[in-house]
Design a protein around this ligand. Structure first.
Ligand code: ARG
Length: 465
């Protein structure tokens, strides 16, 4: 036999080939360098498949036990770092199967009965992503708990609330933190929705049309913890919606983290000086000795880009793809893996960092005083005394302009000064011009009053268990 013939014989699909694969093409088409990460789920899927084959009588009990034993050994070798991954064997599936056969002999060659790499890889990806989703969901919960604790501590701390990044009305820091909590709660829900649709088993679709063996798909699905077997073989091997959905959820998580990051970066600046991040989450400058940079939030903000990119990559990967499996689909892995790693890293950094945020309460308070943040309260006061809101708005606008000219906040103007703008203003106006008066007055579901924030925290703790 010639060297070339021998090369093709080594391939599991080499039978119909008369020349060896071009060396560059072999490396170009191989996925093992990155899909070896699926080994545990690949073996999990194979074990269940073999058990099912035994149940329906395609494998004998003894053959199944040999395969089971062999696959366990393969897993041990991989985990001990003693496994020899080979590019020639293209991907994780064929690497595992080939080693199995080397270990247990020709019984190993029976494992692939009634399946194809097409339904195998679709199954592996779902099993893998399902586990990763559970880890990511846990990290979201840890971050949420950190936010709840901090919000509870800061339920009465007053800061300026912003619209257009201009001081708008006073809010409590706890309320602001609870807004972040809400964003993450939606992310958590979306992750669970994605998991639900993902948890369907493609195995049994084989290459595309199903298989001639008397397989029991419900049994395999049950063994693997899937809710159901999939219902169309063509769709099963080609569908990557779950990956796209996951990346879309990931994009939103990163969008939220980038928004938190932007605020933390602003708030740690000397100009805002609202919060301190502990040194262990910051780095210095090699040239400017005074610097303490908020690297973690900046990096998280920056990493949003790659996750958005992965979402577009997967959407584009699937666009116009004809049924059923195409090699294009091998390109689903790297974007997904990187999305997972990025999410886990960013969420971990945030879950570790958030409990360590300390507010500079005096600075926050002073900033809230400085920006005429109780102007709406003064307008509402006038309305309560019978002035139509639009007129009240005008009156307060003039009072603010006057305050600016005198370099005084509304609460620092005397009663006489305030009365220049409307005779309905009386001594009790000072109750509403204080920051506490302002936040306490917004005492309804969803409002910023400390009472409401404490209630929201209680409800949230109940919700996330
Ligand atoms: N490595 C391949 C992938 O990730 C496995 C499936 C290959 N199937 C095939 N018909 N070539 O998509």
């Amino acid at each position: 036999m010639s060297k070339q013939q021998e090369d093709t014989k080594n391939k599991s699909w080499g039978g119909r080939f008369s020349e060896a694969t071009d060396a560059f093409v072999e490396a170009f088409t191989a996925s093992v360098t990155f899909d070896k990460r699926l080994y545990r789920h690949d073996i999990q899927g194979s074990l269940a498949h073999a058990q099912m084959l035994e149940k329906v009588g395609v494998l004998t009990k003894d053959e199944f036990l040999q395969i089971q034993q062999g696959l366990k050994q393969v897993q041990q070798e991989i985990e001990a770092g003693q496994f020899n991954w080979s590019i020639d064997l293209e991907d994780v599936h064929m690497n595992v199967e080939s080693r199995l056969t080397a270990l247990i002999g020709s019984t190993g060659k029976k494992l692939h009965t009634g399946r194809s790499r097409n339904d195998q890889v679709a199954t592996d990806m779902r099993l893998f992503l399902r586990d990763e989703i559970d880890l990511i969901a846990k990290e979201i919960r840890r971050l949420q708990l950190g936010l709840l604790d901090l919000a509870e501590h800061e339920a009465e701390t007053i800061m300026p609330g912003f619209t257009h990044l201009q001081t708008a009305q006073p809010v409590t820091f706890g309320h602001h933190l609870m807004a972040w909590f809400e964003m993450l709660e939606r992310d958590y829900g979306r992750l669970q929705d994605c998991r639900k649709r993902l948890n369907v088993m493609p195995l049994g679709a084989a290459a595309l049309a199903g298989t001639t063996y008397p397989i029991d798909r419900a049994y395999t699905a049950q063994l693997l913890g899937f809710d159901n077997p999939s219902t169309n073989s063509l769709d099963s091997v080609s569908d990557r919606d779950f990956g796209i959905e996951f990346c879309a959820v990931g994009s939103l998580i990163m969008t939220h983290l980038s928004r938190f990051s932007e605020e933390l970066v602003l708030w740690t600046s000397a100009q805002f000086n609202f919060i301190n991040l502990p040194d262990r989450f910051c780095t210095g400058s090699s040239i400017m000795p005074q610097k303490k940079n908020p690297d973690v939030p900046e990096l998280v903000r920056g990493k949003t880009g790659r996750v958005n990119g992965h979402l577009i990559a997967l959407l584009t990967l699937m666009k116009s793809q004809p049924l059923a499996y195409n090699k294009d689909n091998q390109e689903d892995k790297e974007p997904l893996f990187d999305t997972i790693d990025t999410l886990k890293g960013c969420l971990r950094a945030y879950a570790d960092m958030v409990p360590a945020i300390t507010p500079n309460k005096e600075q926050m308070r002073e900033a809230a005083m400085r920006g005429y943040s109780t102007a709406t309260d003064l307008a509402d006061y006038a309305v309560r005394k019978g002035v139509p809101f639009r007129d009240a708005h005008e009156i307060v606008g003039k009072a603010v302009a006057y305050g600016i000219s005198q370099n005084k906040d509304l609460s620092e103007l005397s009663l006489e000064e305030l009365q220049q703008f409307s005779s309905i203003i009386e001594q009790d106006v000072f109750d509403v011009l204080t920051l506490e008066g302002s936040v306490n007055a917004r005492n309804h579901l969803g409002g910023t009053a400390p009472n409401q924030v404490k209630l929201a925290i209680k409800t949230a703790r109940h919700l996330i268990g």
